[in-house]
Design a protein around this ligand. Structure first.
Ligand SMILES: [Zn+2]
Length: 68
């Protein structure tokens, strides 16, 4: 019973873009969120979007700033 993977579906990962700048995002791990918290980081906007249960939350309001 180990179904709670944080991985994103490949087809979905391929079409994900930053909702703010429409640029590509890179896989990252939230250093403040514990061991296996995945996020998608935009180095252009200095924002990191959380991934909850394998579902990316592409909302600027919920993104974590990475330049602070
Ligand atoms: Zn961006």
């Amino acid at each position: 019973m180990n179904q709670s993977q944080q991985t994103i579906e490949p087809w979905l990962r391929g079409i994900i873009r930053c909702p703010q700048c429409k640029g590509e995002v890179v896989d990252s791990v939230d250093p403040t969120g514990g061991a296996d918290v995945t996020e998608l980081r935009c180095d252009t906007c200095h924002l990191a979007y959380p991934v909850e249960g394998g579902v990316p939350v592409l909302l600027v309001d919920l993104a974590r700033r990475t330049d602070g």
